[in-house]
Write a protein that binds this ligand. Structure first.
Ligand code: GLN
Length: 535
């Protein structure tokens, strides 16, 4: 069932960041999608970067990549994983993109005779963007998540734009808040009341207030928030800590959110169809088996940097009714001689070396890969992890002593991983890597082919280096299997070990993994780990 007129929902954060606005927005979207509506999620990030490409994942979390090569905030991963849709650059609005558009337009004479102002020029640009995206994506409902929190200086003009939008279209506002408790049972609603006043002072009236907290939201707290913030008590919802984020849609649904939202939007929709989703959540919550997987990496301290890898393991685990316990392994200890790969990986059923840049910890990673290959521990190398598997193979199987990637050692005697030719002249850093979805052809009879079950695949990329074709023949002659290449055969996309389960992919298959559609290589990897554990 489709809506006659497009509706809008705006999700605002209040009090503090990190409350899970993205997961809330995605869950609300999922609920509406489960009623047969078409949803277009948009996120606004106020920073002046054009995109996330140049940000450090250590500070900002993972850089997520879309099919069209857009490098964006990790919330886009959450939307795609919940909604099982492919988004585009249109879904990501940043302060940088907005100002760039406006200034470009001004230079071209787009505002001749006028002084260019935040209101109306920038606010019009925002409203047009939101409307156009809804139109182009044929959405029934556009859900706009405003990054950061209300009160952040860099969000001011955006909030003004959505305030205006609300007088032109049907817009429902959701305020996400935190309700702390000082001692058990003593929930404090005052911070929420103040935050709500701040929002109201901007001319925006939240229709729903969703509360995070350390304790379940009490009747008393709900009534207080309702009274002081001018919302009916049933529109004050509890967003409790959950075992699995994928449970949130049904937790909100139990509180009647979809019906309330539809009536606030003035919309009717079909029957709920969350059956398959709930079955998958059930599998996550009640696994039948368990495995431990080591993930090595420079950013092990900030797990947000690898959120897609973690989630892809959840999806693959759910497919096999298995819980995947992740063990984060910092490999620099191996280089300092404080630990061995064997010690660090003991008790693990498989190992993943994920994407990465620079040289810190690489020798430790290579030592882990060697250990996995020799002990037939299932291995999955993602982008950098594929490159390091090639280096390990070249050194220890092909006898190319000191082989390396030129990213790590530009003077290596055996540059088995080197710049992609088109990368050589590039000086600018923003959006200049080989980005987005690229096609790959798989070789029949390989493990990769078995995992995907098809010859033609497409996965997302983000890299500057590749397997150096000058060494391809030597590597193959020594037994390394090249199981996937670009359609023209020029770029090696997937390699695998001839024995055991060891696959390295130049792509990031984790970026396309969804709960309802796990990434094939992750599913195959988890299966191999389960088999290895069973012995
Ligand atoms: N640093 C490597 C490259 O640029 C790998 C990148 C990655 O893992 N995303 O090719």
């Amino acid at each position: 069932m489709r809506l006659k007129a497009r509706k809008y929902i705006v999700v605002l954060g209040s009090l503090m960041s990190g409350l899970g606005k993205g997961i809330l927005a995605a869950s609300v979207a999922k609920l509406l999608q489960s009623r047969g509506l078409k949803i277009s999620p948009i996120k606004f990030d106020g920073y002046l970067n054009v995109d996330c490409g140049t940000m450090n994942p250590f500070r900002h979390g993972e850089v997520f990549v879309l099919d069209d090569g857009t490098e964006c905030d990790m919330d886009f991963g959450t939307y795609e994983r919940f909604l099982n849709v492919d988004l585009s650059s249109k879904n990501s609005i940043t302060g940088g993109k907005l100002f760039r558009n406006i200034i470009d337009k001004e230079r071209k004479g787009g505002f001749l005779g006028r002084d260019v102002q935040i209101v109306p020029h920038l606010t019009d640009e925002i409203k047009n963007w939101i409307r156009k995206t809804g139109e182009e994506q044929d959405a029934d409902v556009v859900i706009v998540e405003v990054g950061g929190t209300v009160g952040d200086l860099e969000n001011g003009y955006f909030l003004e734009a959505v305030r205006q939008l609300a007088s032109e279209e049907k817009v429902v506002f959701i305020q996400l808040t935190f309700v702390p408790s000082l001692s058990e049972g003593e929930l404090k609603t005052k911070p929420t009341q103040h935050a709500n006043r701040l929002i109201q002072s901007m001319g925006i009236h939240p229709d729903f207030i969703v509360c995070r907290g350390n304790e379940p939201l009490s009747r008393e707290a709900r009534d207080k928030i309702s009274m002081f913030c001018n919302v009916p008590p049933q529109n004050v919802l509890d967003d409790p800590a959950l075992e699995s984020i994928y449970e949130l849609p049904q937790v909100l649904e139990k509180q009647g959110m979809t019906g309330l939202l539809l009536s606030a939007l003035g919309a009717e929709a079909g029957e709920e169809d969350l059956k398959d989703w709930k079955a998958l959540v059930e599998r996550i919550k009640n696994p039948k088996k368990e495995i431990a997987v080591a993930i090595t990496g420079k950013y092990t301290a900030v797990k947000d940097a690898y959120v897609s890898v973690k989630e892809a393991l959840v999806h693959a685990g759910a497919q096999h009714s298995a819980k995947v316990n992740v063990r984060w392994v910092e490999t620099s200890g191996i280089e300092d001689g404080q630990a061995s790969a064997k010690e660090l990986l003991s008790g693990c059923d498989g190992i993943i070396v994920p994407g990465g840049f620079g040289s810190r910890g690489t020798e430790g990673k290579i030592a882990c890969i060697k250990y996995a290959r020799e002990s037939k521990m299932p291995y999955l190398g993602l982008c950098y992890g594929m490159q390091m598997a090639v280096v390990e193979w070249a050194r220890n199987v092909c006898g190319m002593d000191g082989a390396n990637s030129t990213e790590i050692n530009p003077d290596t005697k055996y540059p088995v991983i080197d710049f992609l030719p088109e990368q050589r002249g590039i000086k600018e850093k923003g959006a200049t890597m080989r980005l987005g979805a690229w096609e790959c052809r798989l070789k029949k009879g390989t493990k990769a082919y078995e995992a995907y079950g098809t010859e033609k695949i497409s996965e997302r990329h983000r890299h500057r280096y590749e397997l150096n074709n000058a060494y391809r023949q030597k590597l193959e002659e020594s037994g390394l299997v090249i199981s996937g290449t670009s359609p023209d055969g020029e770029i090696v996309e997937i390699i695998e070990w001839p024995d055991g389960f060891g696959i390295g992919t130049q792509a990031h298959p984790e970026l396309k993994s969804r709960l309802e559609r796990p990434a094939p290589l992750f599913a195959a990897f988890v299966k191999a780990c389960l088999e290895k554990k069973k012995g």
